[in-house]
Design a protein around this ligand. Sequence first.
Ligand code: G
Ligand code: G
Ligand code: G
Ligand code: MN
Ligand code: NA
Length: 254
Amino acid sequence: SSPRTILRRALEAKQFEPFLQPIVDARDGGWIGAEVLMRWHLPGEGLIRPDLFIPMAERTGLILPMTRDLMQQVASVLAPHAAELPPRCHIGFNISAAHCHDPQLLGDCRDFLAAFPPGTVELWLELTERELIEPTEDTDLLFQQLDAIGVKVAIDDFGIGHASLNYLQRFTVNALKIDQSFVKRIGADTLSAHLLDTLVELAIRLDIDLVAEGVETAAQRDYLRALNVRYLQGYLFGRPMPIREFLPALHQHR
Ligand code: G
Ligand code: G
Ligand code: G
Ligand code: MN
Ligand code: NA
């Protein structure tokens, strides 16, 4: 079978599952939400990492229905627990460049938000800086419409690509997710310290939030906290996990 047929059958067989990785408040370590990361349960093969199938999903266009299915799964499993979530719980989905030309994205976001009591969740879309979308009149309109329904936009893997100030302003970006490579180098060289300082200044200037990814050690956490990076994510706080594990873990990290 073709890659497209394999992915379509896997989608129909409900083999894609959302894993949630906590995002924490840098000041007290409390869980404020999660990033949703897709996993493929391939019978006989176990859990397949997304790096191995997301590129194929993007090439075949199946990333659109796969992401829609992921959003529906997260909403249906989390909505009954809305009262247990932290206030304005952040839920972030990774979106691909193709989503920015998908007429259904706005409706999917609306449906996601409508599944929860008003104000309980904040829907974040993460666009990677590795494949920046070309701004056009259509994308301007889409991002205005997303903003109007309260959807937030984060630039993922920030610092390794080439988003300009102009770009960040045009898309009314609400947060930058600092790429893991910068966090890994904390304490290792002065260049990374300088780059982190620059990112923090940029975020203050643009009045947007910062999230640091790939935080694995207490020393990295303390360094980022001292720089006033607002949110942290990484194995130090929690690995991506099934929702049935995320919910009880959430209660221990309020
Ligand atoms: O957990 P990690 O192995 O979860 O993810 C590896 C890569 O796959 C990351 O770059 C991540 O952004 C990407 N990824 C994970 N889930 C999704 C998804 O639902 N959609 C897209 N487009 N990328 C995803
Ligand atoms: O969407 P993005 O490219 O940011 O995907 C995040 C990737 O990083 C996923 O593969 C996720 O499992 C992984 N990840 C999350 N936290 C850590 C961490 O603390 N250390 C490392 N090495 N990887 C992490
Ligand atoms: O595994 P480690 O001790 O580094 O995890 C740090 C915190 O993240 C723990 O307090 C734990 O609650 C949470 N965590 C990490 N991975 C998982 C997991 O797979 N399931 C659950 N429930 N919590 C996890
Ligand atoms: Mn991401
Ligand atoms: Na990233």
